[in-house]
Design a protein around this ligand. Structure first.
Ligand SMILES: [Fe+2]
Length: 644
């Protein structure tokens, strides 16, 4: 056993369970449970993710010194109970549905966590796992929900000191919090409390426009550019008062998330003149206008919050986390218009990231261990070009978010040989050129290389890639690969060196969390007739030299790639740039709609064969679809995944 102090952070039982292992303050591994169980947003205890983390470090659950849980179940219970009692009897159905589970499982968390850790350590039998769990000598600590988010925002950031802002739906009581991080210390100064919540307000509109709460928020954001902000004053007058400091006061007459299983109620329907859109039914101009309106308000609130945090803390830099920090359109505006010189956003901003937060909080806050930020250590990475505000980019503690499992070339070859699958192996030097050539001939490629990403985005480790210049790419990828009709364009991965040549951004955006416009010189004007097109038809008009990644308002959700962080991915981009003059490609997550992102080579091969991808790259091995044996499955996989 090694001498290091190992801390396992766990987030579970609500949404997106995850585990993270920290050794002497360094993040060694982190993964979401859904990737292993193949159940999207899996909320069960992350037995598989924890097992993976231990394996990655070559340790056993007995070698841990601490296990940290990302929130306080008793506080959450208190909030649920109080809210239900306040609204009784309206919330009774929902109360009956959720309370027995809480009473049975969540209040007995310490025992439950010990038993589950017994399973993570290899005990498959419940009784044996329980027995093993009792013997573990590690200490179990519970973090505070927003403190976990705050810690995940500040500790891995490159900053020595910074303001912290967390915004999400709801944790225990807080829905947003602000504070200061300095060295190894975090002080939270203020919070907004349930039920006043920007995250829940956004989710109410996600629900009302017919998308799934806690995962469809991205779609609302993607739909917004098609709409007009028609409902902004109605929302502000009736639903949510927006104050100068970014706090909001919600009118609870119109929401039922406190007491029911729906987000909005009949009073809400009445003021907007209709019932919520049925999921999967046609999207109309009305949903687009609603999406635009809530997006406009969210951006306004976030900008006001950020200004307030700036005034209150006097800091020059800002770190963010919490589900709302995934609103990359708002983040782009905060960077451009906000008062902070620089911002850093935790890539696993949602609850999965709480596992990282609580583990680092135990190391730095509970144990009082020093923190060496990249800024203070002077570990700058190479400066890729002139930067806005003269800022230099620096390393953060997330390792590019490549914190998941990796398969060696040997393991991949063993897998391919065992299955008798034809492939061609290239040297590491040849590979980027081979992939670039395939991309340039408009082939769609599944790319499985390096460690799997932690957080909701695929960043070139488990990605589907294609040529962004192709006018057909957007619809081909959506219809033949992802099996969805989408109003959203794909995101570009661009060499960091060239981001400013193509987009109105000259910062690092390694986690695809910033949106900026395509540079005017790469845009193409639409004809009057094209301007009149509706919805997705407009998206199908080539509005730029890179239509597959350009939204109808010319915006793009950008991932910048550095050689230091993901060498192979950068080299593929570089080879493609040399071949075509274009330093960017399409990057979408390696999965089909409703499926968690692929994890193992088996997952990747299955997804490759189920869809119309042309090539699969498994590390150095390249598989051509045309050469693969017929792929048959007993049941229709399309029924396997619930639509998201
Ligand atoms: Fe949260």
């Amino acid at each position: 056993m090694s001498e290091a102090t190992y801390i396992l952070g766990v987030s579970a039982f609500y949404h997106d369970s995850a585990a993270c292992l920290v050794a002497d303050g360094e993040i060694i591994a982190a993964a979401q449970e859904e990737r292993f169980t193949r159940a999207k947003h899996d909320h069960n205890f992350p037995v598989n993710a924890a097992r993976y983390c231990l394996r990655e470090a070559g340790i056993d659950a007995r070698d841990l010194t601490f296990v940290g849980f990302y929130d306080k179940p008793l506080l959450k219970f208190d909030r649920l109970l109080e809210t239900y009692l306040d609204y009784a009897p309206f919330g009774f159905r929902s109360f009956l549905k959720s309370m027995p589970l809480w009473i049975k499982e969540k209040l007995w968390m310490p025992d439950l966590i010990r038993t589950e850790m017994g399973k993570a350590n290899g005990e498959s039998d419940e009784r044996a796992a329980k027995k093993a769990g009792k013997k573990f000598e590690w200490k179990l600590l519970f973090g505070d929900h927003h403190e976990s988010h705050a810690a995940s925002a500040f500790y891995p950031s490159p900053f020595e000191e910074a303001a912290i802002l967390t915004i999400d739906g709801v944790g225990e009581w807080a829905t947003s919090s602000m504070g200061i991080g300095r060295g190894h210390d975090i002080t939270l100064l203020k919070e907004l409390r349930f039920p006043d919540s920007l995250g829940l307000l956004y989710s109410a509109f996600t629900y009302y426009t017919g998308f799934k709460v806690n995962s469809g928020e991205y779609k609302v954001m993607g739909l917004a550019p098609y709409g007009e902000p028609k409902y902004v004053s109605l929302i502000k007058d009736k639903l949510a008062e927006v104050r100068d400091d970014g706090s909001i006061r919600m009118n609870h007459e119109f929401f039922s998330y406190s007491q029911g299983l729906r987000m909005t109620n009949t009073a809400f329907d009445r003021i907007f003149g209709a019932r919520p859109r049925r999921p999967e039914s046609n999207i109309t101009q009305r949903e687009m206008d609603l999406a635009r309106s809530i997006q406009v308000i969210t951006e306004e609130v976030m900008l006001k919050m950020v200004q307030y945090v700036h005034r209150e803390t006097g800091m020059k830099k800002l770190c963010m986390a919490g589900g709302v920090a995934l609103n990359c359109v708002a983040n782009g505006r905060i960077l451009r218009e906000g008062p902070f010189q620089d911002i850093w956003i935790q890539p696993a901003a949602g609850d999965a990231g709480g596992a990282i937060g609580v583990a680092l909080a135990i190391w730095h806050r509970y144990l009082g261990k020093e923190r060496r930020s990249a800024e203070s250590a002077g570990t700058w990475v190479s400066n890729a070009g002139p930067h806005r505000n003269g800022l230099l980019p620096y390393e953060d503690g997330m390792k590019g978010s490549y914190l998941g499992p990796r398969d060696s070339v040997d393991e991949i070859e063993n897998f391919l040989r065992a299955k008798n699958l034809p492939y061609k192996k290239y040297s590491r030097e040849e590979l980027p050129g081979v992939v670039a050539e395939l991309l340039a001939s408009e082939k769609i490629i599944g790319l499985h290389q390096g460690r799997m990403e932690f957080g909701p985005r695929a960043l070139g480790g488990r990605s589907i890639i294609g040529d962004a210049r192709s006018p057909a790419m957007q619809s081909v990828m959506n219809l033949k690969i992802k099996y969805r009709e989408s109003f959203r364009p794909f995101a570009p991965s661009v060499m960091r060196e060239y981001v400013a040549d193509w987009f109105e951004l000259d910062n690092d955006s390694p986690y695809m969390l910033l949106v900026a416009d395509v540079q005017a010189r790469h845009r193409r004007a639409m004809t009057e007739e094209q301007e009149k097109l509706f919805g997705i038809e407009k998206l199908n008009v080539a509005r730029s030299e890179i239509p597959a990644v350009t939204h109808v308002d010319y915006s793009a959700r950008i991932q910048t790639v550095r050689r230091e962080t993901n060498p192979l991915y950068w080299e593929i981009l570089e080879a493609f740039h040399r071949r075509t003059g274009c330093p960017l490609i399409v990057n979408t997550s390696f999965n089909v709609r409703g499926e968690p992102i692929v994890c193992s080579p088996e997952d990747s091969y299955r997804c490759f064969m189920r869809t119309e991808m042309d090539y699969l790259v498994l590390e150095n091995c390249v598989l051509d679809k045309k050469e693969q044996p017929a792929f048959t499955e007993k049941k229709d996989w399309r029924k396997e995944f619930r639509l998201d």
